[in-house]
Ligand binder design. Structure first.
Ligand code: THU
Length: 153
C-alpha cells in the first residue's frame, strides 16, 4: 500500500497507485471521513468523496451547503478542487458516500465534473467489494474536452 503524503505524514490513509489493485475499502473509508466533515445544515445529507489518482494520490471533498441553496457545492466539487490544488492528475477511481457510509449516485453535474478528470474509464464505487462500474455507464456519450478540439468550426 502506498500513498504520497500530501497533508503531512500520517494524515492520509494509504491507497494503491497505478496498476495495483484498488483498495476500495480504504477509498470508501476516506469518503466516509470526508462525509463526516460535510457542511450540510439544510439537507442534512452529508456526502464525502474520495478519489485515487493514477499517481497514487488521494483527493477528497465534502459537500458544503449555502443558505441560498443553489450555491451548494457537492462533495465532488470539493474533490476536483482538491485535485487541482494538489497539482492535478488523472482520477482512476472514486468513492462517493453519504453519512451512513453507503455509496451515493453522483448527481448529473458531478458526473460531468468527474468526466473531465477521469474520463469514461473512471471507476465509480457501487458498493460491491471490487467495483467495476465505469463512469461511461453513468454518463454515456459524454461531451468532453476532446469535443472542444474536434468540433470547432
Ligand atoms: N450532493 C453531493 O454532495 N453530491 C452528489 O453527487 C449528490 C448530492 C449533496 C448536495 C447537497 O448538499 C446534498 O447532497 C443534498 O442534495
Amino acid at each position: 500500500m502506498y500513498c504520497r503524503p500530501v497533508n503531512g505524514p500520517g494524515t492520509q490513509p494509504p491507497v494503491t497507485p497505478g496498476d495495483a489493485p484498488i483498495d476500495w475499502a480504504t477509498l470508501r473509508a476516506a469518503a466516509g471521513a470526508a462525509a463526516a466533515r460535510a457542511y450540510a445544515p439544510y439537507s442534512h445529507v452529508h456526502v464525502g468523496a474520495a478519489g485515487l489518482t493514477a499517481a497514487g494520490d488521494l483527493v477528497e471533498g465534502s459537500n458544503v451547503e449555502n443558505a441560498s441553496y443553489g450555491l451548494t457545492l457537492c462533495a465532488e466539487c470539493g474533490l476536483v478542487s482538491d485535485l487541482a490544488r494538489r497539482g492535478g492528475g488523472r482520477l482512476v477511481a472514486v468513492s462517493i458516500v453519504a453519512g451512513d457510509g453507503d455509496p451515493v449516485a453522483p448527481c448529473g453535474r458531478c458526473r460531468q465534473l468527474l468526466f473531465e478528470h477521469g474520463g469514461a474509464d473512471l471507476l465509480v464505487d457501487d458498493g460491491t467489494p471490487a467495483p467495476t462500474r465505469r463512469l461511461a455507464a453513468l454518463l454515456p456519450e459524454a461531451f468532453g474536452p476532446r469535443d472542444l478540439v474536434t468540433r470547432r468550426s
